[in-house]
Design a protein around this ligand. Structure first.
Ligand SMILES: C[S@@+](CC[C@H](N)C(=O)[O-])C[C@H]1O[C@@H](n2cnc3c(N)ncnc32)[C@H](O)[C@@H]1O
Length: 291
């Protein structure tokens, strides 16, 4: 593996999530009271999320719709777009995910779907001027520099094109020191997002708060962390401490701070619905260029 292909911690988290949960999508699911909250239903909830995204776009049956799926993860949403007649390209900066995206693209040879393997901030804007009807960020907007992205988006969108963002943002409670504050990273500050949109050439055409429909995912993840991951970790911990006591204690002292942080984030029960709803707000937002 070359240096440029080295797996970073963010990519590690995404790949592990996919492997542990056994899902194709790297986004949350949309739940409601009628659907039992269990891992076996996660792919159904995720499919609802994908359908909700796609319903926010123009219908390709009415004419060609070019979509740019930015931060396309495993390419599962991209594959569904191609299957439904959209002319869709993808972008993913993580090499191990790019391999999965290419497998999806190969299933739909009717459209020569492109894959950009770079961060969004580094796309070759010159070759993409006014190319897309839709720029999609499915749970990927939180990773992207807002100022740079608005500037690039206005160049690569066709006149009348839209940006579809489905992601979580930080609420005004962020940093209040309450239980679980800081245990769950990610997301731009919501107020900052609204300010930056106002200062940009975009305006908000739709803004749907879906926090209550995605927050059950956190309960599901918390259950998995407590009932599966934690017991496995404790078993390893015991095995290493009993069989390699010296090296075990040296390593544990060296990474003590990191372990405490991991414990706070994942195993102290803060990854739950209530903490998420206090500190994050999840929105489906459609932006269009002003006038
Ligand atoms: C939570 S996953 C969502 C994946 C996919 N969109 C989905 O809905 O399943 C976040 C994605 O954002 C990508 N990403 C992270 N930083 C990025 C950046 N600066 N530019 C573009 N994509 C980025 C990751 O590689 C990953 O594919």
């Amino acid at each position: 593996m070359s240096d440029t292909e080295k797996m970073g911690s963010r990519e590690l988290g995404l790949v592990l999530t996919q492997q542990i949960l056994g899902v194709d999508d790297l986004h949350y699911g949309l739940w409601d009271d009628a659907m039992e909250l269990k891992l076996a239903n996660l792919h159904i909830a995720q499919q609802r999320y994908t359908d909700n995204l796609i319903n926010a776009m123009p219908d390709p049956k009415a004419g060609s719709v070019k979509v740019f799926d930015i931060g396309c993860g495993t390419g599962h949403v991209l594959g569904q777009l191609l299957a439904r007649g959209f002319e869709a390209d993808g972008l993913v900066p993580a090499p191990s995910l790019a391999k999965l995206v290419r497998q999806q693209q190969a299933k739909y040879p009717n459209y020569p779907s492109k894959l950009y393997e770079c961060i969004f901030e580094a796309v070759p804007v010159g070759e993409m001027q006014q190319k897309y009807d839709v720029c999609l960020f499915s749970e990927s907007f939180q990773y992207i520099c807002m100022e740079t992205s608005f500037d690039i988006l206005q160049k690569i969108l066709k006149p009348g094109g839209i940006v579809v963002i489905c992601d979580f943002f930080k609420t005004e409670h962020h940093g209040d020191g309450g239980p679980g504050d800081g245990s769950f990273g990610g997301g731009h500050a919501m107020a900052d997002f609204y300010r930056k949109v106002q200062a940009s050439r975009f305006e908000i055409a739709r803004d749907e708060d879906i926090t209550q429909r995605v927050s059950p995912n956190l309960q599901l993840v918390n259950d998995i962390l407590h009932n599966t991951i934690k017991p496995v970790g404790l078993t390893f911990d015991r095995y290493l401490s009993e069989n390699y006591p010296k090296i075990y204690w040296v390593i544990k002292r060296l990474v003590r701070k990191k372990l405490e942080r991991l414990n706070y984030k994942y195993f102290e029960g803060h990854r739950n619905k209530e903490t998420f709803e206090r500190y994050k707000t999840y929105h489906l937002i459609v932006l269009k260029l002003k006038g």
